[in-house]
Design a binder for this molecule. Structure first.
Ligand code: ZN
Ligand code: ZN
Length: 436
């Protein structure tokens, strides 16, 4: 078979129907959680003047230096396909006078973005991100809330326990300036051991040297001056509070002094969600505070904090974790279980029900009963089958009518029969195509 005449542009992919199940699921979760948290949706154009990104992200960043799709429009203006979301949202905030609204302004987006980087696993030239921004107030509680929202969404998507929150502070303009100087001084005379990228970055963006993945650079970075020796009291107190609030939310984190994020606009808090598995460069998302950005773009000094996550990468984590995106079909039954014997039962019961045309979902992970029932609710399951240690011992199961909120205990070996009766056997599609 010869190759088709046309192929999608390198690094850009079709989203096929099966993939859309995941996209839809993630969008739903993001919309639900963001709305619930008081965020409102914003969409900015895919194209902006190139200066917006040069200014906002910084000239000495990988994105601006080599990863933007830049071109000249018909009228000779330099344009770029947006490589990230925050710069455009902040531009819109200023252009549309959102400073006049009650602050902070809380916005979220779910959009395609574009980067001219080498296509590789989970990294495409057109990719999708969801993200949120809190603009107009400077309070460590907001940083913690943004992280909490990100974490909550990870939980809903079933990937939270695969990920680990890495957090750091890079301080304010003043103390970071002092630190940059200390870093540059430290690297004097060591330039020859640095990789090409780091040599280039040394005077323009020395913080980036700390997160270089090249072995020699990493060794030098590990003994470089520490930011904790330069940080000012104000930034120190701010960071301590962010961590305190995270403790209050019971979100585990790892303090990572080497985490700097690539962009110029960050101040104080920076964070990323990393895979718990060994191996670097596998963050699903990250963000931080950007108190200098609005001013950089010509507005009054206005603080902000935000987060963005890659949807394609998140989907990869979901698939790796065996999480199936629910389809739009009506969910008949949610199977909830607690304890190993009940889990085993659930694992065999779920496929049996599905084969009978009963659209069944179940949480086979370690989620609490409350979390599982929350999922049953969210998926609008008509019934829930609930099994714990006692039910298994007594060969019973609880069947709960999710709309009425009533429940009864039935013998385990009648579960299928009872469900078929309640759902109406003739209404179930069995999809046994091989029998036709
Ligand atoms: Zn400071
Ligand atoms: Zn390097």
């Amino acid at each position: 078979m010869s190759a088709p005449l046309f192929q999608a542009v390198r690094g850009m992919n079709d989203i096929l129907p099966d993939e859309h199940l995941y996209f839809s699921f993630i969008k739903k979760v993001v919309r639900h959680r963001c709305r619930q948290a008081g965020f409102r949706r914003i969409t900015t154009p895919v194209m902006e003047n190139v200066e917006l990104f040069q200014r906002g992200l910084g000239d000495a960043t990988d994105i601006v230096e080599k990863e933007m799709f830049v071109f000249t429009s018909n009228s000779g203006k330099r344009m770029a396909l947006r490589p990230e979301g925050t710069a455009g949202v902040v531009r819109s905030y200023l252009q549309n006078g959102m400073q006049q609204l009650p602050q902070p302004v809380e916005l979220y987006y779910i959009e395609p973005f574009f980067r001219y980087s080498r296509p590789q696993k989970g990294r495409f030239r057109q990719f999708h991100q969801f993200g949120f921004e809190v603009i107009g107030e400077n309070d460590p509680a907001l940083d913690a809330q943004v992280i909490y929202l990100a974490h909550r969404i990870n939980q809903d998507l079933g990937v939270a326990d695969k990920l680990q929150l890495q957090i750091n502070t890079i301080g304010c303009k003043e103390c970071r300036g002092a630190y940059r100087e200390a870093l540059v001084n430290y690297y004097i005379g060591k330039e020859r051991s640095l990789c090409g990228d780091c040599k280039n970055r040394l005077n323009r963006n020395p913080l980036r040297l700390l997160d270089c993945k090249v072995e020699d650079c990493r060794i030098l970075a590990s003994i470089a001056p520490k930011f904790e020796n330069s940080i000012c009291d104000k930034c120190k107190a701010f960071h301590a509070l962010v961590l305190e609030y995270l403790d209050a939310f019971q979100i585990p984190y790892v303090k990572n002094p080497q985490l700097v994020r690539g962009l110029d606009y960050y101040t104080n808090t920076v964070f990323e969600f990393w895979s718990r598995k060994e191996g670097a460069q596998n963050a699903t998302g990250g963000g931080g505070r950007y108190d200098g950005l609005v001013e950089l773009m010509g507005g009054q000094p206005t603080p902000g904090v935000g987060y963005a996550a890659g949807i394609e990468r998140t989907i990869e984590y979901m698939k790796e974790s065996g999480i199936r995106a629910p389809s739009k079909d009506k969910v008949h039954v949610f199977v909830a279980q607690l304890g190993l014997p009940a889990k085993k039962r659930a694992m065999t019961l779920i496929p049996k029900l599905r084969e009978l045309g009963i659209y069944t979902l179940g949480a086979i992970g370690k989620a609490s009963m409350k979390a599982q029932m929350g999922l049953a609710d969210k998926f609008k399951a008509q019934y829930a089958i609930i099994m714990g240690q006692i039910e298994v011992q007594e060969e019973k199961a609880i069947i709960r009518d999710m709309t009425k909120g009533s429940q009864e205990i039935i013998p385990y070996d009648t579960v299928i029969e009872v469900l078929e009766k309640k759902l109406g056997r003739d209404k179930l599609e069995t999809h046994r195509l091989w029998e036709e």
